[in-house]
Design a protein around this ligand. Sequence first.
Ligand SMILES: [Zn+2]
Length: 122
Amino acid sequence: MSETIEVPKPGAPPESGPTPNVTDQKYCLGCGKTLHKSAPACPHCGAPQADVVPAGNKNRVVAIVLALLLGGIGGHKFYLGRVGMGILYLVFCWTFIPSIVAFVEAIIYITMSDQAFAKKYG
Ligand SMILES: [Zn+2]
């Protein structure tokens, strides 16, 4: 009678990170653990999560509306604190060129993320 050597069953494979199919979870920027994507801060380490929109002083939507409605007289430029550019738009408003430029700028603002906008104008 030979003694049977119990071979330990291989346990669960080592965790190679959180499962990727969980869509409403994200990884903590501080400790790397998973947390719900709506969490403003990590429950494990308390690190604030950076995809919270930075609080810029200038509202991107307001700039878009101003560029579309008052772009020809530089309304959005005055709003964004670019007073010199605003005056330039105002002086040349009769050429309708500022209107065209403002329309293009409105498109640019629309395609910009809030973060990029806040970084540039906030
Ligand atoms: Zn954490």
